[in-house]
Design a protein around this ligand. Structure first.
Ligand SMILES: C[S@@+](CC[C@H](N)C(=O)[O-])C[C@H]1O[C@@H](n2cnc3c(N)ncnc32)[C@H](O)[C@@H]1O
Length: 277
């Protein structure tokens, strides 16, 4: 099974039941394809419709172009104290990238219903999930004018919050079937050191409690000053929580996180089930 298949499977175990039975393989074998049930046909039709829907043009349809152009002038400002993330003014680029993330994660096959994006930035991933029909919520700091303006422009719901080690997130009064955190690190080196297994353990357990039964959590970590997203010890910890580790991305399931909740307090770490990359 390829890496991407593993990730997709983690996101939708019940829909990926025929690994290797691809159209290409059947063609090569000369074996007839399984006749699709009406349910499968419907699912395919819906997926194709979602694929057509997910274009930058469609996602931007309800965004006022004049207001966007106004926000984009922030990159020309002289006083840049409250304007840091000007790279996110390139809406085309970031929406295109986040559409790709959604496809890679298999969200077109089985769209999430309720999404929390921690460190949501300009809200591009939330825009994509909302277009797929999810109720979406972002969480981020409110210090940067670019991010504040993008969130306002996209009419996204966002909670202002700084993620800190050993502090739970606020009560959102709802649970999520997908929690994401793209391109993040929650420490600010050198003032706040690298998050190790204990800090991540607290965070993962908090996220577990906020997930619906089939919930998934995706982390995509930024590089630290040492050039690494995580060291070997931290990778071993993620694997011990049944995380599928693929480079900077780590995918967890609620079931896996619950099964391994006491990993750090047990004497022996469980045998890794999925260590890749
Ligand atoms: C590199 S940006 C990524 C933004 C977005 N996730 C994306 O992929 O486009 C990192 C984001 O994390 C936020 N962030 C950094 N530290 C944070 C913290 N401790 N709590 C909440 N958000 C934080 C930043 O404000 C910023 O929006």
């Amino acid at each position: 099974m390829t890496l991407m298949q593993k990730i997709r499977r983690a996101f939708q175990p019940e829909t990926d039941s025929r690994p290797g039975d691809s159209k290409e393989k059947r063609k090569a074998d000369g074996t007839p394809g399984k006749k699709l049930s009406w349910r499968e046909k419907l699912q395919q039709r819906r997926m194709r419709a979602r694929r057509r829907l997910l274009t930058v043009e469609n996602l931007m349809r309800r965004v006022d172009p004049a207001a966007l152009a106004e926000v984009q002038t922030l990159s020309e400002r002289e006083n840049m104290d409250d304007v840091f993330w000007t790279k996110y003014l390139d809406v085309d680029k970031w929406l295109t990238l986040n559409i790709r993330y959604a496809k890679e994660l298999g969200l077109l096959d089985k769209p999430p219903r309720s999404v929390l994006d921690v460190g949501c930035g300009g809200g591009f991933f939330l825009m994509v999930c909302r277009a797929l029909g999810a109720r979406v919520l972002g969480l981020d700091l409110d210090k940067d004018l670019v991010l504040n303006e993008m969130i306002r422009l996209f009419r996204l719901e966002r909670v202002t919050w700084r993620v800190r080690a050993f502090v739970k997130l606020p009560d959102f009064r709802r649970k999520f079937d997908l929690i994401t955190a793209f391109m993040i690190c929650f420490n600010f080196p050198p003032r706040h050191p690298y998050w190790g297994a204990r800090q991540w353990d607290f965070f993962l357990n908090d996220m577990t409690d906020r997930m619906l039964p089939a919930g998934r959590l995706l982390l995509s970590l930024n590089k630290q000053p040492d050039g690494l997203e995580y060291d070997d010890a931290l990778k071993a910890y993620f694997v011990s929580r049944e995380g599928i580790v693929t480079g900077k991305r780590i995918v967890f399931t609620k079931e896996g996180l619950e099964r391994t909740r006491d990993t750090l307090t047990r004497k022996e770490l469980p045998v890794p089930v999925a260590a890749v990359g």
